[in-house]
Design a protein around this ligand. Sequence first.
Ligand code: SF4
Ligand code: SF4
Length: 224
Amino acid sequence: MIITKQKAVDDIIRALKGAKSTFIFGCGDCATLCRTGGTKEIGEMTEILNQNGISVTGSSVPKATCHELDVQRLLRAHKEQVARAESVLVLACGAGIQAVGDSITKPVVSGCDSLFIGNSRRQMQFSEKCSVCGECVLNENAGLCPETRCPKGMQNGPCGGAVRGRCEVDSSLPCVWIEIYERMRAFGRLDEMRRVRGPKNRKVAARPHRMGNWPSVRGDDGNV
Ligand code: SF4
Ligand code: SF4
């Protein structure tokens, strides 16, 4: 999921640029799980905005705000409330905010900062395990991602700085290369670690990514 944090209230009010009314979109998926844009957070934001003289004409929580056709459907369903608002505030990730912004001519204000793609272990505990590099090396590393889980992004083994199995950059983390070594040993694949890998193809991570044709997801036509 996309991990978000809410912007400071002062920043949101500043971004509203004097608008006296707004409609709020949240997100029923990631931002709800991050507690940045669910029904509860929209209620709290409504109260704060009211205290600051900004009225909330209505709100909506799409199932996933990055789903543009669903956002457009909800904009139609709430068209009178949206029409009465001078702006639209979105409590969701950057993709969700732009899904709304691309569907409406009113000013759209971002209420959240998008941080990373995160795995969730327990409530409100997120960790980054994939940074969408576009050329996955999990198969070569026993299912562990050095691109993301090593702060230096080492691709050919450890930097040599680990202390008692902990990363020299951030001692709260295990050195992922030691974990890779342990897993490869358990799988009887240590000999594979002798292979030197060439540089990753950073072109496949060029932005903006687009994929218009789902069968091409298999990657056999290079259409990424
Ligand atoms: S190698 Fe790339 S695609 Fe694979 S998990 Fe790591 S960042 Fe994600
Ligand atoms: S100690 Fe391990 S995880 Fe940390 S930067 Fe070096 S190789 Fe990467």
